[in-house]
Design a binder for this molecule. Structure first.
Ligand code: AGP
Length: 607
């Protein structure tokens, strides 16, 4: 949601803070700020704009300890006064990612003690609380005392004006990493912020508080007991978070899909058979007991789940439900201990999905599987089984390679379930493995459609609405295409199963309503063709992504883009890429901020 960076060193750390924020800007970009200790005073710079502006404003600032923040507004509108860091009486400064649920109560208590509030944020209470305890102890103790009073989620960084070589940081419910350098230490919301200075990282655990100096650090758990946490060496390389030859991260990430798919499928494609163990050692015991699947996810990840439902029911013959994570926990459902609860999340920290997972566990579900792109994320750690998608860091707010790798992971789940249930014979297993091995190459060929897609994007630039059609397992792909278009071009787009058109939405179709259709060569093709005629007869302009062997041809008002090959069950994965490219090129036409669309942020850690 928001991004945090902090540093303690024996050099000026302002460039580290600004570079770190630039890396974290995808997490929120409403406003930004930093604070350092300089000559015994807190020197704070904030900007209601982007991090680049903060960089300019802080060009003459320096200090050896500092914290910085890029914000996605929750409490209080995006403005300089609400930008972090927040301070208490020029002594304590805090940056915070998360939400303090009892802030109003705390604010009333602190106001009664004479503390003045200068922002509309929930974070400011943390600064005042720490200040209120600081006279009685060290910055570490004051922070620990303040944390006991907070209800909600937080990752925080804290510094004090009278302590120029010390930072305290803590996390509960929001991610925070400790970067270990040589004679200097850092914190960051994720690894991308730290790569500029170190690869050595400690993943702080729930409730950890860490006292950080340039030469040392001490970690304390939730109970205040000093603990040792393992240090990891990050495998992430700087190139994976650089734009390289691309204009936007979204374009880069669309083009990384062949490699991302190859990486996700690597272990399976190198072996001769599929085994439950790819989801964790316990899968061997759990999978035979599973009699249905419940998928919980949000947004794009939910669309992946919707495709998987078709696969799981048809190939593995196992009943499957897919629910929007934010809805699931608020309805009364009937738990079944034989359900495998699958959460899907790129970030692994989406609050709605995490809450849904915990709700499922609380109602008696013990078989949990996470399909996630971030190792050590909350969703991974809180699930019994896991499959890591290996898409690499996804920085564009619009999810692309995370989605197609989630689909690849879900197809593996389908095959393993089918095998466990005796529905996958050796020949079919080998055939599917062969198709999976070919998937990255097939995706590469699809991406070669880019110039044609860039051309048709011009037809959308002056439109206000668009319809997306698909049938069967391609209906969720149409929904994903519509989500991409609205998210980054701000064109209102909705998806329908094509057969549903005549039951209402057809009333919307006229020459100003472009209709995009996914048309694989499957059992529903003939029916889809009739639905497309219904659109054309009402003057609607059609843009059809058709398989090579569908024999649909371009004609007046019908633009056909031929997909290179037909991929059977894997077709939804391949049909996704052209829709991503379409949204991307329409957004370019409209001149929107592709990687940082308005009002959004990459990982949504609030409900
Ligand atoms: C997709 O383009 C979105 N930015 C959004 O729908 C996203 O997929 C959703 O917020 C879920 O995120 P997650 O996969 O990190 O849980």
């Amino acid at each position: 949601m928001c991004g945090i960076v902090g540093a303690v060193a024996k050099r000026n750390i302002v460039p580290v803070l600004v570079n770190g924020l630039l890396r974290l800007e995808y997490r929120g970009y409403d406003s930004a700020g930093l604070v350092v200790v300089h000559e015994g005073k807190l020197e704070r710079v904030r900007s209601a704009g982007r991090v680049a502006e903060l960089g300019q404003k802080s060009a003459n600032t320096s200090g050896e300890v500092g914290i910085a923040h890029t914000r996605w507004a929750t409490h209080g509108k995006p403005s300089e006064r609400n930008a972090h860091p927040h301070m208490s009486r020029e002594l304590i400064a805090v940056v915070h990612n998360g939400i303090i649920e009892n802030y109003e109560e705390l604010k009333a208590e602190l106001s009664a003690q004479g503390y003045e509030f200068t922002s509309d944020t929930d974070t400011e209470v943390i600064a005042h609380l720490i200040h209120s305890h600081y006279a009685q102890g060290s910055l570490l103790v004051a922070t620990q005392m303040a944390l006991t009073q907070l209800v909600g989620a937080y990752a925080i960084g804290v510094i004090a004006a009278d302590n120029p070589h010390l930072m305290v940081a803590a996390r509960k419910g929001s991610p925070l990493l400790l970067g270990v350098g040589e004679g200097e230490h850092f914190v960051g919301s994720d690894m991308s912020a730290l790569l500029q200075v170190t690869r050595n990282v400690v993943y702080l655990e729930e409730g950890d508080v860490v006292e950080i100096k340039a030469d040392s650090f001490r970690i304390f758990d939730m109970a205040g007991v000093r603990v040792q946490r393992q240090m990891h060496v990050s495998e992430l390389d700087n190139d994976s978070v650089e734009l390289g030859k691309y204009q936007h991260y979204m374009q880069k990430e669309i083009h990384e899909q062949p490699q991302a798919l190859a990486n996700t499928l690597e272990s399976v494609c190198n072996s001769q058979s599929l085994v439950p163990g790819i989801f964790g050692a316990e899968a061997n015991d759990i999978f035979p007991h599973v009699d249905n699947i419940l998928i919980l996810a949000c947004g794009t990840s939910n669309h992946a789940g919707q495709v998987a439902r078709y696969w799981l029911e048809e190939v593995a013959g196992i009943p499957c439900n897919v629910e929007i994570a934010s809805e699931y926990r608020y309805r009364t459902s009937v738990p079944n201990p034989k359900t495998l609860v699958v959460t899907i999340s790129q970030s692994g920290e989406t609050a709605d999905t995490l809450a849904a997972l915990n709700h499922a566990k609380a109602t008696g579900h013990s078989y949990t599987l996470a399909i996630c792109n971030v190792p050590e994320s909350a969703i991974i750690r809180q699930s019994k089984l896991r499959l890591l998608t290996r898409a690499g860091p996804e920085i564009g707010v619009a999810s692309t390679k995370a989605f197609t790798t989630q689909l690849a992971g879900l197809f593996l789940l389908t095959l393993v379930m089918a095998k466990v249930r005796g529905r996958l014979d050796e020949t079919r297993e080998q055939q599917f493995l062969h198709e999976l091995r070919h998937l990255p190459t097939a995706m590469q060929k699809v991406l070669e459609l880019e110039p044609q897609i860039a051309e048709i994007a011009a037809h959308f630039a002056d439109k206000h609405h668009a319809l997306f059609l698909g049938r069967g397992m391609h209906y969720p792909i149409a929904a994903e295409g519509a989500l991409k278009l609205k998210e980054i071009s701000y064109i209102h787009a909705e998806a329908y199963p094509a057969g549903e058109l005549k039951h209402g939405p057809l009333a919307l179709v006229d020459k100003d309503m472009p209709v995009v259709s996914v048309a694989p060569n499957d059992a529903l093709l003939e029916k889809l063709k009739s639905n497309l005629q219904e659109v054309r007869a009402r003057g609607g302009e059609l843009f059809v992504f058709a398989d090579a062997d569908t024999h649909i041809h371009s004609s007046a008002g019908i633009h056909i883009l031929q997909m290179p090959e037909h991929a059977g069950f894997l077709s939804p994965i391949l049909h996704t890429a052209p829709l991503q490219l379409l949204a991307y090129y329409v957004a370019l036409q409209k001149g929107t901020d592709v990687d940082k669309p308005r009002n959004l942020a990459k990982s949504v850690t609030v409900e």
